[in-house]
Write a protein of this length. Structure first.
Length: 437
């Protein structure tokens, strides 16, 4: 039976020159006692168990000593606020050409960073290590709060970097090679090819043409070319052919090729064309922000709010003095800049929160932030938090939370409507969340 078959059923169009390495990239390990600009974690304590080895693809790139004992010292004050407290610690290293080659030789398409306690660090402290990577231009490409023993894939952060962007790209065409075999001599056949499914970047307008097939060629002459294939008379039992798929901003394409005889399909095959790193420019609109560790605030109660669409979280405490409040930001876009902010209704002068807002680079799909707040009056407060994707302007919101004391429970408003800002486009006007009585 006559057959048609692609030479390769999976084709990757990513282009990475052999000379691309992490040479001259700066790896930083940071501990800050107080919150500073863009810091994903900060301390509030002293720690003498903070020696760590930082690896990329199993190759050590930094030996970090962030201990607060006499072995360490605070760095000189840096523009972003590191060194503003005497307990701050800072270690860095520029990746040499030799080390960069070792990293590349392990896997030049995949980069993993791993934090391990130094052999002398037998009781490592967790969640104090701020890891940051900067490209040779000084731009931050990765920034996150990491724990000892943690391993994170930073491939997207590395490859989306502006320095790498000039070297790493996706080809706008791919050569599809295939073979027809078990043919009958002098019989007439036709070949058809098409794209069954295609995913493209959001820069493509709806219904805009994104692909076409060009330059078909076979080891024997083609009798007649059509818009999506050609006719051929078999002059050999096996015929090798090829065609070029020209694409426009295509992330993935599923290509089918068919062999027909007497207008009947007798054989077909499918190949997938991908550009693995095109999707890092896409926006994940599903990122989330939620309150975390609410038990640290007080007693979490289950009060009934019959007229409220979304049930608020209810917290009771006798007083809120230096109360910690955490946010879990999840399903983030790697290396994207986000801004979080806490909101209170009413905004009373006896309420204080530090920091009230801040920014961070998403070093992984999940990030945690924390603030401390104080309420010095016997006041019922509705509290919520927002997370904004700086690049797109999209805003996500937590559930509302009631904070009250046992003395003013009867004053709680139980009929209000809470509306989260939807996934708005960058061109839309962003409006604040609204509570309606």
């Amino acid at each position: 039976m006559e057959k048609i078959k692609f030479k390769d059923n999976l084709l990757n169009t990513i282009i990475i020159p052999q000379n691309f390495t992490l040479k001259d990239y700066l790896v930083e390990a940071i501990y800050v006692q107080n919150d500073v600009a863009n810091a994903p974690c900060f301390g509030g304590h002293s720690c003498d168990n903070a020696r760590f080895n930082i690896f990329i693809n199993g190759i050590i790139v930094l030996v970090a000593n962030l201990t607060n004992n006499i072995e360490g010292s605070s760095p000189a004050l840096m523009p972003d606020g590191i060194g503003s407290d005497k307990a701050d610690r800072y270690s860095n290293n520029i990746i040499s050409e030799y080390v960069a080659e070792l990293i590349k030789n392990t896997n030049r398409l995949d980069y993993t960073i791993e934090i391990k306690p130094h052999p002398t660090n037998l009781t490592p402290h967790e969640n104090i290590l701020w890891i940051r990577i900067k490209n040779p231009k000084g731009n931050t490409i990765y920034s996150t709060c990491s724990a000892a023993g943690e391993s994170s894939n930073i491939t997207d952060s590395v490859l989306i970097d502006a320095t790498a962007d000039k070297a790493i790209s996706c080809s706008d065409s791919v050569l599809l090679e295939y073979r027809m075999y078990n043919l009958n001599l002098n019989d007439d056949y036709s070949v058809e090819y098409d794209v069954l499914d295609i995913q493209y970047l959001n820069t493509i307008r709806q219904n805009e043409a994104t692909y076409k097939f060009i330059s078909p060629c076979c080891s024997i002459p083609i009798a007649n070319e059509t818009s999506g294939g050609f006719y051929i008379k078999a002059k050999a039992l096996t015929v090798d052919c090829r065609t070029i798929l020209s694409m426009k901003c295509v992330q993935s394409a599923l290509v089918q090729i068919k062999l027909l005889k007497n207008n009947m399909v007798i054989s077909k095959d499918i190949a997938q064309v991908t550009c693995n790193y095109c999707n890092i420019t896409n926006t994940n609109n599903l990122f989330r922000v939620d309150f975390e560790n609410l038990g640290m605030l007080g007693t979490v109660e289950t009060l009934s709010f019959p007229n409220t669409v979304e049930q608020p979280i209810t917290i009771k405490n006798s007083s809120y003095i230096d109360a910690p409040i955490g946010l879990l930001c999840s399903e983030l876009n790697i290396n994207r800049l986000y801004e979080y902010e806490f909101h209170f209704i009413p905004a009373i002068p006896t309420l204080n929160i530090k920091p009230k807002s801040g920014r961070f680079f998403a070093g992984s799909t999940q990030q945690k932030v924390m603030s401390i707040f104080t309420i010095t009056a016997n006041q019922i407060v509705i509290m919520y938090a927002t997370l904004k994707d700086i690049e797109t302007g999209l805003i996500k919101t937590t559930r509302p939370m009631y904070l009250y004391s046992s003395d003013n429970c009867n004053e709680m408003l139980k009929d209000f409507h809470y509306s989260e800002i939807a996934a708005l486009q960058q061109s839309c006007n962003l409006e604040p969340c609204v509570f309606q009585q």
